[in-house]
Every structure is written in structure tokens, then in C-alpha cells.
Write a protein that binds this ligand. Sequence first.
Ligand code: MF3
Ligand code: CO
Ligand code: CO
Length: 276
Amino acid sequence: MTYVEAATAPMRKTGQIKLHGPEGFAGMRRAGQLVAEVLDLLSEHVQPGVPTEDLDKLVLEFARDRGALPATLMYRGYAKSICTSINHVVCHGIPNEKPLREGDIVNIDVTLVLDGWHGDSSRMYAVGEVPRRAERLMDVTYEAMMAGISAIRPGGNVGDVGAAIQAVVEPNHMSVVRDFCGHGVGRLFHDEPNVVHVGRKGEGPVLRPGMFFTVEPMINLGRPHVKVLSDGWTAVTRDRSLSAQFEHTVAVTETGVEIFTLSPKGLDKPPYRVAA
Ligand code: MF3
Ligand code: CO
Ligand code: CO
């Protein structure tokens, strides 16, 4: 793997990992904060009876009002502003007219483009009171994402992230999805490197200051295997077990890691109510 100054790199995937300067950090802080703000706002709107389509509209309006656009809109034929992945949906669930139901858990994934920079983040939300095992899954998934992020430092390796995630998930008898991974991000939505959520410490490309990527583990209560439904997008667990995901956009810094998509309200993991 080779590295290239982002400022002089072409606006496409080049097989090299782009290294960004101060301008990139400034742009990503703004895009990341906007995404975090709308994810905070969604907390109040995720309620039994609310169709995911309404959440989609809310995000589109929020973005437009602030001079941003959802990156998923018209991305490879995807026609919505967000992904809403409910219960056994692993990722890329398409918002629709069906109302959310008490006890559902839902991942909402938002990518906003602001001044050409992509902020990409997702969180789990509980619809009313959720079962205890759903809460456990969401807790372990959040802990796994944060362990992956904490493993990031200049001179480390991409494999350190996956290793740290696996070390949280597998002792809890849950599984890490292999078919989708984190990705480089910046002026492009999906760039080098691939950030696999399993791995071995010391393996993979070396982490360098100025690298931007997402950490977005998908964790299943059952087996890791997924299948994509006939709509071409919705990925579900093959065994229909519950699945959860969190995602942050981060940068490697001179001293460690910076998270661009932290919640201004401390709602990175929204509060969950558990049924007795
Ligand atoms: N936001 C997702 C990610 O984390 C990608 C969604 S692509 C879509 O990379 F087309 F399904 F929206
Ligand atoms: Co992503
Ligand atoms: Co995302």
C-alpha cells in the first residue's frame, strides 16, 4: 500500500491511501458535526408508529436547510437520504411507509456532504422498550466500535482496529459481520483503505497522520452470515438473528485519533429503555 498527499491526488479511488492536511480536517469537522447533530435530532423522532420514510424526509430537509446533501441520494441507484436497518437487518435497509413498532431496534446511518466533505455516522435507537438481549447487543456493539477506534494511532496498522473489535465481541458470544467494512472517506464517500472489522494486530496498511476512514462494525447475536434481499440493498442475517451497528468517521492524528462525528449532546449511544 502506498500513500499520497490528498491535496494533489485525483478525485477518485487510486489504490493509494490519501493523507489530508489542515483543510481536510477543517472540512471533515464541519461535515461530521452536521451528521452528529441530525443523529441527535433523530433521537426525539424514533417512536412507535413513526414510518422510517418520515425520518428520511426529516434528514433531507435538515441537510438542505444547511447547504448540505445526503451522499446516499442517487448513490449507485439508492434513492433515499438515510439507511434504516431494523432488527435482523444488518445494513442498507431502505426507509418505507411501515411504522416502527415498540421493541424494535433500528440503526440509522446518515452521510452528509458539506462543501465537498463527507461525514458518515450511524447509531442504534430503541423504539420504546426493547428486550434485554437487544440492549446487550447494542451495548457490546458500541463498546466494540469504541475499542476499534481506541486502537488507532500513527505507526499502528489497520488490522489493529479489527483485532480490537473482535476481542470485545467474541467473548460475548456474538459475531462480527465480514461482508461489509469501514472505508476511507473525505472528498470521496468510499475510498481506500478497507477497514475490516476482524483482523490481527500488526497486519494491514500502516496508519499515518491525515488518514480519514470510518469504523462501523456490524455485530450479530447469532452467526455472522448475511444475505441481500431482492431489492438489491437490504442485507439481513441469514439466521434472522438480531444485528446492530454503530459508525464514526475518524482521522489518524500525530498523537492518536480524532473522532469527527461525536455527538454535541453526548448522545453517541442514545439511552435505551428495557422491558422488565
Ligand atoms: N452510509 C453507508 C456506509 O456507512 C453506505 C450506505 S450506501 C447506500 O458506508 F447506498 F446504501 F446508502
Ligand atoms: Co460508512
Ligand atoms: Co454510514
